[in-house]
Design a protein around this ligand. Structure first.
Ligand code: BV8
Length: 301
């Protein structure tokens, strides 16, 4: 946590701000037991995230990619929203301010925390959305929480146990992900199939892979929110800021005179020393920091 002085200054800014944005990353879900991408260096030791979260990976080995997402769906279903998610959900319901959460996370926890649907933008999609891969078909299933999606995907959950991960939450390795080993060679017939297509097209996770464009609708609404009127304050929560275009929002808000508050276990010392103008740094677990620092607006959780 930053010094008391800057907490007071931050809370003065917070309570006098009319337009607030939160940009959320994997760090917010660590307290719920889900691993981060560690600056997109990889979600686990023997695979680099980019190696799997791409259209090419899915085209080359859909069985491997589906095991990866089945494992993530299971973990996210086992996880529970933490107090950081709840704090933002409370913020999303306040009258008197204009607020949006831009989430890079695909784990669905912000929605499960009760966040107002109208001002939550999951710009990288959701692992609980399924889409048909056929160009001729526009089948989409939202809020599909079934596990396993097919009998062949049973068993991916043994790779990872959220509860045991929670025990090691505060150890250094808490957000270094476990070994992920594909457990079996799967044929396309054993993978999720589109229920509409006659030719049995594969379904894919409804997430934005690297190299894919972000969903136009949400992106336009986020752009409008940022461009229409100045944003007074942006909360940068649990993100390494390595992924474009999500990482461009903070600079755009700062360039238009907005203030920035960073909530991260890893913050540049010059921010912590108060040397970056209009920028506060709160070092620690976002799940602990958010309820504390946002209390003047959201009250006691
Ligand atoms: C696009 C869904 C254009 C999938 C995700 C070079 C080569 C190739 C591509 C690029 C390149 N340079 C730039 C690009 C573009 C690329 C990109 O940014 N790549 C990066 C890797 C360099 N971006 C794209 O491809 C985007 N699309 O640009 O399209 C286009 C336009 C038209 C037509 C065609 C194309 C699409 C990007 C979306 C990728 N999909 N997710 C999935 O999840 O499986 S991104 C994925 O990684 C996550 O969603 C997340 O957004 C990101 C990881 O970022 P973070 O959330 O920040 O997580 P990270 O682990 O990095 O950091 C965690 C932080 O938490 C750390 O700072 C840590 O200190 C902190 N922390 C830890 N514990 C806590 C904590 N903080 C608080 N409390 C704690 N307890």
């Amino acid at each position: 946590m930053n010094s008391g002085k800057s907490l007071k200054e931050f809370q003065e800014k917070l309570t006098t701000s009319r337009r607030i944005v939160a940009l959320v990353g994997a760090g917010l879900s660590v307290s719920s037991g889900l691993p981060t991408f560690r600056g997109s260096q990889g979600l686990w030791k023997n695979f680099n995230m980019i190696d799997l979260a791409t259209p090419d990976a899915f085209y080359i080995d859909p069985g491997l990619v589906w095991q990866f997402y089945s494992w993530r769906r299971y973990n996210a279903l086992q996880a529970r929203p933490n107090k950081g998610h709840v704090a933002l959900a409370k913020l999303s319901e306040l009258d008197g301010i204009e607020y949006i959460t831009i989430s890079q996370n695909v784990d669905g926890l912000q929605r499960r925390a009760g966040h107002n649907k109208d001002n939550l933008y999951e710009i990288h999609g959701s692992i609980f959305e399924l889409r048909c891969t056929s160009f001729m078909c526009n089948f989409v299933a939202k809020d599909n929480f079934k596990h396993p999606l097919t009998p062949a995907l049973q068993g991916t959950e043994q790779e990872y146990d959220v509860k045991s991960r929670k025990r090691s939450l505060h150890e250094e390795d808490a957000s270094i992900s476990p070994q992920f080993k594909p457990i079996k060679e799967l044929s396309e017939e054993e993978l999720p199939q589109c229920p509409v297509c006659k030719d049995g097209s594969l379904l894919r996770p409804g997430v934005v892979w690297f190299g894919e464009p972000l969903p136009l609708g949400p992106i336009d609404q986020v752009d409008n929110f940022i461009e229409d009127e100045d944003v007074d304050l942006v909360l940068v929560i649990g993100t390494s800021g390595t992924v474009y275009p999500a990482n461009s929002y903070v600079d755009r808000i700062r360039a238009k005179g907005g203030s920035v508050a960073v909530f991260n276990t890893d913050i540049d010392q010059e921010i912590l020393d108060g040397k970056v103008s209009k920028t506060w740094g709160f070092k620690g677990d976002a799940a602990v920091l958010l309820p504390l620092t946002l209390k003047p607006l959201i009250g006691e959780l």
